[in-house]
Design a protein around this ligand. Structure first.
Ligand code: AMP
Length: 284
């Protein structure tokens, strides 16, 4: 496995793989790799002849007062994981390498970035789409792999790729969960033992939502009220949003219909955690 710290180095390595007609897969990450990331890497390794994992904590997607500085960066451990998984190149650039001091260009996807996390983290998605556009231009992958855990992110990136005619496929992989349902996240590390227990109420609220939808409840307000009640059970939890939106448009809905995304964001202590489930009621 090679480690590339510069754009030129990763381009040379990918270029050589392209000459051998290998399918190039990219898994963009911020490191602190866990089984959620590994599921994306495994899929990439299975489907592509040459896999690049980028490890880069992108400053432009963090807002003031967010956890950019203290975001975990266990690089040696991450490299071990990538090696074991059969990754060909880890791209681990510095911020000087990624952003020139004269940078004036940003990629901004409208509308889809307004609700949910967009409302609470102004500028977050601009940072995400800009860094992903840069990574796609640098690595030129045939396929890039994202997790459904960050559902809004993958919807926004799909839109960007379609709108800007970027020649790659976006694959979205299922959310990997702990045995008790908590979505695996690098930020779970911030939780104390009690907060970790409290965090299970996030998935419990989403399960309740699925249960109500499955039993034919269509009144969104009623479902959200029940979900909030569950989320408010542990004292440590501060609910940022509980939303039920159209899975393609991310627009609020009053009645459950078609493909629906239920999404939750909470703060527990120092951690901001998000989770969601997708429900397809059009099949009923
Ligand atoms: P991050 O390092 O948090 O930026 O995440 C990198 C990629 O891994 C993103 O596409 C995430 O959606 C994905 N990811 C993070 N956690 C999980 C999880 N629990 N299951 C599946 N994918 C995940």
């Amino acid at each position: 496995m090679k480690i590339a710290e510069t754009i030129k180095a990763v381009r040379d390595l990918v270029g050589a793989a392209c000459e051998q007609n290998k399918k190039i897969g990219l898994v963009p990450t911020m490191g602190a790799l866990h089984i959620g990331h590994i599921s994306l890497v495994e899929r990439a390794v299975k489907e592509c002849g040459f896999v690049v994992v980028s490890i880069y904590v992108n400053p432009t997607q963090f807002g003031p007062g967010e956890d950019f500085e203290k975001y975990p960066r266990p690089l040696e451990q991450d490299l071990e994981i990538c090696k074991k998984e059969g990754v060909d190149v880890v791209f681990n650039p510095s911020t000087d390498e990624m952003y020139s001091a004269e940078n004036l260009t940003w990629v901004d996807v409208e509308k889809l970035t307004e609700p949910l996390c967009g409302q609470l983290r102004p500028g977050h998605f601009r940072g995400v789409t800009t860094v992903c556009a840069k990574l796609f231009n640098i690595v030129a992958p045939d396929v890039a792999y994202f997790g459904h855990k960050d559902a809004q992110q993958s919807i926004v990136i799909r839109r960007m790729v379609a709108d800007l005619n970027m020649p790659l496929e976006i694959v979205v992989c299922p959310t990997v969960r702990e045995a008790d349902g908590l979505a695996v996240s690098s930020r779970n590390k911030y939780l104390t033992e009690q907060q970790r227990k409290d965090a299970t109420f996030i998935y419990k609220s989403l399960q309740k939502c699925r249960e109500m939808v499955d039993s034919g409840v269509t009144d969104v307000d009623k479902i959200i009220e029940k979900m909030r009640k569950i989320l408010n059970e542990p004292n440590s939890m501060q609910v940022e949003y509980v939303s039920i939106v159209g899975a393609q448009t991310l627009e609020q809905m009053e009645k459950i219909c078609g493909k629906v995304l239920a999404a939750v964001a909470v703060k527990i202590g120092n951690a901001r955690l998000i989770d969601n489930i997708l429900m397809d009621t059009s099949k009923d």
